[in-house]
Design a protein around this ligand. Structure first.
Ligand SMILES: [Zn+2]
Length: 414
């Protein structure tokens, strides 16, 4: 047996064991349900704190219940590299979304610790308390607090039982009005690194264990209304109809054709309500949603304008009226070119393809991008499936992803 290089010493069995143990901190039997500031999240934080200590870190929780382990570097006052992901889940989620990134980061530090290695810069592992926003319908609570972007009025967001965020924080012994103490100064931070499951099918299709994220797509959410004329399904001939649903169908197909003309563009009509909604009545009104995403904000805006124009034109030709209303808009967030280069170089050293992926989903890295450089590694998940109890990542891919994370962290801190 030859000498193992450090990255080969990553213990995938330990990671898998810890992921399984965390999955038990759940409200339900079907999948994982771990809402923020719940009993289950406190159990998870305790386990994570214990593993951080085993890995040679000092542990604290900050003003918003993010759990943070610190591994000192040779230069104590140097800017710190943050590595993390989230510990909360949606309702009936899988075991890996978020959790994998936290446990992989702990494994990185434990591998350094067990081999007597110290980076130059300190490294902190963060388990964010609330990324999904499943309890209070406010996403990225933990990471936005660290970035200093949380607003006081958000403390009064309510969960399904009418409990406010402030009350939930008090219940676990935090002073909600000290949430701002979680904020970090940009000068004290070297950057933020996150490993996360891909939540899409591209790596699987390309037969790659992991890839480098170029950025997180910007997003526009609209609702729309198509108004026509109700009529009897048996008596109004086609040329005289103003069928709102038939018009909407033509619009949706037109949206597909527009999307095909751009690279890196997604558009989805995910919800339709048809009124009056009877089998023998011509639909008089359709309400729907439109979700448009791209890593390029210009592309997103241009495509969105074309979609709205085209839909209005289709409506006009059919004697319908079509209105779009903006619900939400968020700009794209790019990963830092330095981080992308370091991740790519590690992948190439390992003879892996440096597949560039755009994240279509939001992540804690989005919030951190307002105060520091960010980089993300995606790990292949089975069938691209996430937010579902059947979510699965192979132990072999976990080992590869974590060992890449280890080398990236070392390159950034030495
Ligand atoms: Zn996630």
């Amino acid at each position: 047996m030859g000498m193992q290089t450090l990255y080969q010493k990553v213990n995938a069995d330990r990671i898998v064991r810890r992921i399984e143990e965390l999955a038990k901190c759940s409200m339900t039997k079907k999948g994982v349900t771990r809402l923020s500031f719940s009993r289950e999240s406190e159990m998870a934080n305790e386990l994570v704190a214990q593993w951080m200590q085993e890995a040679g870190m000092t542990v604290r929780r900050d003003g918003l219940n993010n759990i943070i382990g610190r591994y000192e570097g040779k230069w104590p006052d140097a800017p710190v590299l943050l590595i993390g992901s989230h510990l909360d889940s949606i309702i009936e989620a899988g075991k890996y979304d978020g959790v994998l990134g936290v446990i992989a980061a702990i494994e990185v530090i434990q591998t350094l610790y067990e081999n007597g290695m110290r980076p130059n810069n300190p490294i902190e592992v963060i388990g964010f308390c609330d990324e999904e926003g499943a309890r209070f319908h406010t996403t990225l609570l933990g990471s936005r607090a660290i970035a200093g972007n949380l607003r006081e009025e958000e403390l009064f967001a309510k969960d399904a039982n009418g409990i406010t965020l402030a009350e939930a924080m008090k219940e676990i012994g935090l002073d909600p009005f000290q949430y701002h103490t979680a904020a970090r100064h940009p000068k004290t931070i070297l950057g933020y690194l996150e490993l996360h499951i891909e939540q899409g099918p591209i790596l699987e299709q390309m037969n790659q264990a992991c890839g480098v994220v170029s950025g997180i797509a910007g997003q526009s959410r609209y609702k729309f209304q198509v108004e026509g004329l109700v009529g009897h399904a048996g008596t109004v001939p086609l040329p005289l109809r103003k069928d709102a649903l038939a018009g909407t169908a033509e619009m949706i197909l037109a949206i597909e054709q527009i999307v095909l003309q751009y690279e890196n563009l997604m558009a989805t009509v995910g919800k339709l309500s048809v009124f009056p909604g009877a089998s023998n009545v011509i639909p008089g009104l359709v309400e729907g949603t439109l979700d448009v995403r791209s890593i390029d904000d210009g592309t997103r805006r241009t495509a969105l304008n074309r979609i709205i124009e085209e839909c209005k034109e289709i409506a006009k030709q059919r004697g319908l009226v079509c209105e779009f209303t903006k619900v939400m808009e968020s700009p794209a967030v790019l990963c830092s070119s330095r981080f992308i280069d370091v991740i790519s170089s590690v992948l190439e050293e390992r003879k892996m393809k440096s597949v560039r992926l755009v994240s279509g989903a939001g992540h804690d890295a989005m919030a951190l991008a307002s105060i520091t450089d960010i980089g993300m590694i995606f790990v292949r998940c089975k069938n691209g499936l996430s937010h579902h109890p059947d979510e699965f990542v192979a132990a072999e891919d976990i080992k590869i992803g974590t060992s890449v994370l280890l080398d990236v962290a070392l390159k950034l801190t030495s």
